[in-house]
Design a protein around this ligand. Sequence first.
Ligand code: NAP
Length: 326
Amino acid sequence: MPDKSLERVAVTGKIVDARWLERKFSNKFEVFEMNHSEAASCPESVASLRALIGNGASAAEIDNYPSLEIIAQFGVGYENVDVAYAAERGIVVTNTPGVLSDETADTAMALLLNAVREYPRAEAYMRAGKWRNEGDYPLTPGTLRGRKAGIFGLGRIGKAVATRLTAFGIPVSYCGRSRQADVNYPHFERLVDLAHSVDTLIAAAPGGDATRHAVNAEVLTALGPNGVFVNIGRGTVLDESALIAALSTGAIMAAGLDVYDREPDINPKLFSLTNACLLPHVGSASVATRRAMADLAASNVVSWIEEGKALTPVAETAHLAVRSGS
Ligand code: NAP
């Protein structure tokens, strides 16, 4: 029997393992699973909801919840939450920074290795019986040896990627709006200048209007014919048509993508390119990491309900992180 005194918390959208969340926080709140359109069609059921854990909320969707105080975004990227509108309504928005950085950086390295050394293609070759019947898999034109890497967006994930690249013996430089005080890698203000100075570009920048199609034909061409591009951040950062052209013409050598412009609707031209290594947005997708993300999202809600403090507010609503009077 649910404890009637517990706060009801809406869980919307794609939350892996909502049942686990419900079990773990069963003494803290009651999970109420629903999507935004169900909320719109049944306003009385959400009239008193103060908290939701989810993935994305437009202004119209936020308006479904007249009593909402906190939106705990399941994930670090939050460009699909209308944070300006949430702030206007006095709603604090939180995300899940840090707990997914290593997992996502591991995925970036897998994409880089697979794109450069063709491991998925080599495995497919062996599974098809070609090793025995046709001989050794061809030598790969690509190697990590001698590469120079540039990172677009040197935040938590970008830094975790940089640490891995350094361990692999690959020098790192980066482009971002500001110089990062805690690292000594060379900083470039313009992405095209970074691309000219490296042959391997890894994007770990957030989505949204400020980065839309930042990785364009000019940037890709600057990497040169030995160039490799990896996207672990957001699909909108890349001009996909420009990448398809660059991979088709040999303007760059290979690419590895985890994220796409209109996922899960993938441009079919990408599937026909053997020099593209493609993953279905699995950067943080292990049970352990997704649970750590769910844990942090839920802990924000618990802290808000019990103490009036959000633990990891996004910058745009940081001023709302402490409930007035708390
Ligand atoms: P973060 O710590 O906030 O780092 C983001 C970095 O991007 C910051 O260093 C920031 O530096 C830079 N940046 C922000 N706006 C920029 C702009 N307009 N131009 C250039 N650089 C910009 O975030 P994170 O935890 O590393 O995550 C980064 C992104 O990865 C998330 O936003 C999310 O979209 C994506 N992600 C993907 C997966 C996946 O499964 N593939 C998993 C988790 C996260 P400055 O402020 O100095 O510019």
